[in-house]
Write a protein that binds this ligand. Sequence first.
Ligand SMILES: [Cu+2]
Length: 494
Amino acid sequence: MSVDQTPTQDVSGSTKGESPYSGMLVVLAGGIAMALIVLSIGLIGRSSGGDGDSGKAAGGGATNVAVDLSEFKISGDLNVASGGTLDITNKGSQIHNLVIDGGGKTSDLNGGESESLAVDVAPGTHVVYCSISGHREAGMEAELTVTEGSGGSGEGASTSGSASTSHSTDEMTIDDYVKMDQQMLDSFNPFVEVVKTGKANTKGIGGKDLEPNIVTEDGVVWKEWTLTAEIVDWEISPGKTVKAWTYNGTVPGPILRGEVGDHIRVKLINKLPMGTDIHMHGMILPNDMDGVAPLTQDLVPAGGTFTYQYEVTEPAIAMYHPHHHGQMTVVNGMWGAMIFSPKGGGGMSDYTIPRGKTVSGVTIPADLKVAQEHNMVLNDAGVIGLSLNGKSFPATEPYSLKTGDWMLVNYYNEGLQYHPMHLHQFPQLVIARDGIPLDYPYFADTISVGPGERYTVLFQATKPGIWVWHCHILTHAESEEGMFGMVTALAVAD
Ligand SMILES: [Cu+2]
């Protein structure tokens, strides 16, 4: 589905008007809401064990305490009065949150974001931690001392084991669950609207092909692209705009495409407030074009320029990004795809698709034609956060196919974590890894894409309906407030 990213414009095409899928989406949303409840109960069950330890703490804690989150620790004066407030700031580059065991939880905070959390637990010691997958184990756990409150929610505070919380299943009411049901269902509405109307709900779309300038010098034909590194406003999800670090103002940056044998030239203009470089991850190139300041070139200073140029000698499904302070610049949005196919046309699909081969009893048609080819770039950190192609659900782009169509997808992981990408219903044939075709392709319904990796998959949409497509680390796709992050859907028409 081609989604127009300018909300003021109408889009032509088959997606206009009422969609036959909207009813299906509602049914789907209900199913997922049920799954969420089960998940939440499981999570809450695990985190509610610490309430009973509520011996009185000596000394009074302040009513307002600053707590900082970073990779991977929780710091600050963790001594607060019951009924007080924790002012929590994410000073790291990844997404973090803070859970008071048996108490409340912040939302998932991007780097630089803050949120206040009421300390609504009994005096005593309570474990606090970040519930993002793997972060607690990595060190984001600490002990919070809660002292007798200076008023506020004093009542009941001295009763051992009965701290009032809004998240313990012991305390949750039917109304709470009803509310969670509704939040999950409501979170689908803007996405359903995009599927129905074809109109995007955020401004800006990234990852478009950038046509090169063709320049002939001394008999050599160069394909030239200009990439301007700059910070721009980028709308990640409806109403949520961040200062993204970009190439040419979009996340992902433009796609650079060509063939083996091309002489390519990438002109970098640095409009960032700091130095930068470009590493073309996955391209076979001369050492002095590898983009690692200061090893292979000088750092390109703020306001500076640098030109990368060489002849492409191998096919590639690659990605370009800064090497300099990638921990911040890459996750904040600086990445783009480079796709170079073998000489002589046919594109990457001719190179990677095992036509005529039988895999697990399925023979791949010798005359297979790819109806659509897409890049799906994964991120999970920085100001961009959990996202597909620089957008978080419900701003992620839905895809549409007709029954019988084949789709080829290149996954790229520019984040800091693995993402098991699960497409409902249609097994994905993994045909290339990091742009290198596999001698033994294999089918899987969940493909774990690690940081820096690219996986190329092929599937046939054999059955109509709306099929969800998401990261299966469930906290990358669902929250108490509903769907978000690494979720999209594939609409298959009859
Ligand atoms: Cu994930």
